[in-house]
Design a protein. Sequence first.
Lengths: 172, 527
Amino acid sequence: MVLLASTRREADQQSLPLPVMLLVPLVALGLQSLITLHFPLFDVVDLPLLVTVYFAMTWRNPISATVAGALIGVAQDVLTQHPLGVFGIGKSVVGYLAASLGVRIDTENHGTRLLVVFISTLLHSGIFWLLQHRMLAQPLVWNWLREVIRAVVNALVALILFALLDKTKRRD
Amino acid sequence: MESFLSRYKNALVLVTVLLVQVLGLAVQVRRPASEGPEGKGVRLIRYWVMSLIAPPEHLLHMTGGGIRGLWSNYVDLIHVRRTNAKLQEQIDHLRIEEASLAEDARQGQRLQGMLGFRERYIYQTVPAQVIGVSGTEDSHVLIIDKGSKDGLKIDMPVITPDGIVGKTREVLAHSSQVLEISDATSGAGVILETTRIRGVLRGSSWGQPQIVNVSPDDRIKAGEKVITSGGDAIFPRGLPVGTVDRTVPDPDGTLMDILIHPAANLSRLEEVLVVTSMGDLVPGQTQIDIAESEAQKASDILAERLPSRADPNAPQVQGDDLADATAEGDVARPIRPPATLHPDVFTPGSTPSAADMTPGARLGHVLSGEGQPVPVRKTTPAAPASASSAVPAAVKKSAPAMPGAVSAAPQPVRPAEKAPQLVHDYSGATPPQYSHPAVRTPSTVAGPGTSRQATPHPPGQTASHLNPAAPRSATSAPAAGEHALPRTTVIVDGPDRSTQKRKPAPPAHAAPSAPPRPAGAGPQGRN
């Protein structure tokens, strides 16, 4: 199967420079905030989620991906009125699963990336709805069509974003 | 055990991270309201993350603003001249409207004061730029570039000229979060402008504010304006919120929700105003405006009702004099009577010169001077130092009635005029009599350059009684008790009295001269 890693190179752990690891999440949060200010429709895109998925698929280490997802999610919670942890929990789970999948699949394949991001977005929305609606009793309406559109848009944006981030990648 | 940990290390880390966050969520949600919305730890995390994100956002915003300004101010200037002309025309129209509205506003404020209606006025606002948003679909939070260093605090109302936006939620040193009214967790007290139905405005998950749990009412129509009620103790009363979009039944079925179209464009906010100070009193500047308006109105009324108050022969008040008088706080508008269509004997300037008059002769009309201020010299016994203390209240009230009389009411005084003086016969029960140099009345006015003593009249009579047809003035003794009034003698000098010698008064009528009048004693002294 073409999506699975067939060579050792495709399954190798890769790393990113430290400045990139520190700056990219912050830039993602800032851009998400700034672009949505001028283009309100941009809120369907979740740049912090895409960065989390990218880090997880690049590192292929579930522990690092879980912690990174938690930190990025909590930072995103800060910008909202939510209690801290709503986005943190969702991104922790997504990071863990993406890293676990990254060990077995070819993470540089565009099809794989589309599929992983699509599923990750749906999963993240599901966890968010569960926490907000069930645990925090906030009025939230689940709309399948909207969520699928969100997932598709995020997957398409991820293709471009991941290609840009690949240029900063450092192979061990 | 060790093999278990190493085998399920990844899963255990995930479970631990999730558990910590779920516990943190539970602690935040179950925090008592008395301890505030968030604990210190949570606020600290928010503070640090916001401190990391806000400066770059601010920088990006400034850079974008600079590029936009460069384009719009130096490149994209086509049609600017035409637009400028149109705007100038609009300004002219708006100035006229503004003058009218300002008068209405002042009148409204006066009426509110009369009714004891106290409104929370907005004293001070801080303009702020929106530098970011939460970036998520379900969270309607703005980030602005002003913080506690600019005087912002939590729960301050945030508005635009179009309507309310929300309230401050988190305040850092140089940035703040604003919770919009469209957020599901926000709330505000509102009232429908026409039907006066009160309700609570809440946001929704899809971003449209709504008034929840309202009793069904057929009068509620789409397009009705919604304003703040002031009941939430955050937003001042009367600010626009939006208009009614439509009504939908409540999920329970018994009540209904009113969907609101916000007045402020919440999706395109660039600048907002944070209300940092409110109060129950009218602001100081407004009080000054009201006082000025009322003073202006009082002078207008006086000019209408007391035309004889003006001396047509008084010297022209120049612009500098007027400016000085205004600077001193007096409303010193030159009052000019309208031109006389049919002159008669009372028309200023149509009377013969005083030099032609014979003292004691029966005069058919009032003699008028040349307009120079004519001080009144008293020949009455010594008066107290303060003339104002000797004025009975009844006289004050009875004075300003007839045209030609000197008003005892507060009057604007030109600087060029001399103050009216009190002529009082302290020898008996004669009411005090007022004389104003600029107002020529039958009993007080003589020709210029003359130094004469008033003709001794029978007790209780003054010069005005020589002409029965002449109107009685305030200088006239009252009708009641006239027979008992002692003699009052008034001597009026012209402007050049320093060069003339005054005839000594006959011993029978002469009275010791009054003590020197204190400087500045005039109408103000009487009132």
